[in-house]
Ligand binder design. Sequence first.
Ligand SMILES: [Zn+2]
Length: 329
Amino acid sequence: MIDPRQIAASIVGAVDWQSEVSGFCRCPGESLHTHKTGKKDCRVSVDGAPTIYCFHSSCAAAVTSANLNLRKQIGGSPWQIILPGGKTLRSGDVLQASGNVLPREVVQARAKAEGREAGEQLILETLVAVAERFKPELFEKFQWPFAQIIADSPLQVHQRDADDQFRTWLKLWPAHSHVWVGDIYSSGRPEHRTHFRPVADWYQIGPVMGNFTCGSAFKPGSFQRSNANCDGTRFLVVESDTLAKDDMGAVFAYLNRRLHFNLHAIIDTAGKSLHGWCDAPRDKRIEARLKAVLTVFGCDPKLFTYSQPVRVPGAYRDGKLQRIVWLKD
Ligand SMILES: [Zn+2]
């Protein structure tokens, strides 16, 4: 029977194994890195869908081709490993962060239940396990504390007043967009139509109609904040109930620099958290993958409900201004 770890090592070279199935290795595209390479930047895992994962993005083509080779060679014949404690891990099973084995039959059943291809379901389950593994390195490598976020902002915006904050935020939207501003319950009845207005109207009105908005624009005439009324113009607003402001920056930096989700603004909610306004995923497949990994990092899965209310810059929350602290030039 083959040992998948030997196959992995024959493709990426020596592996510094951190567990029975995953370890640090040299990136197959290291010569293409445009930033300094760290010892823990690239990782290979042989469980689930065998995967090489690197924190750099300039090496993507080389990593993709090495991944194809890795999956082809490891997937070629069945294997099994006895884990410490006596559990058996077979080809296609996923070793979860808890130490439990997710059997390949369960992955297949989930694929069926979700209406997804089995291969894509295996990639999703593997992503969750792999993201758990690289999470500590991610928060270290992409570290971006709150004070540094403010200092790094291409446009200095954090000290602007309430009206200026609101109008600066309005400029993120395409001019024709109809945007909702209100309080949580300013939605659902015809009289709430007044909270759904074109950007130009809001520019005149200012930040006086409520503390919340949405990452999505709505169809003209809407009076209910629902996914069905979204017009397709939208941002992904990344938030977390658990990550502190100093940790959240790492998630934004990872999304922006590594995954290229194009960060537009970071908003201080005048509470414990920061919100990152990014480009929305291009399609359902990318969205499901992103949702899986962001949840591992501690982000709120509700952020993928596009009619979810979020804090609007320029409004006051208990006397403190909700404000933009980082803005793309
Ligand atoms: Zn790389």
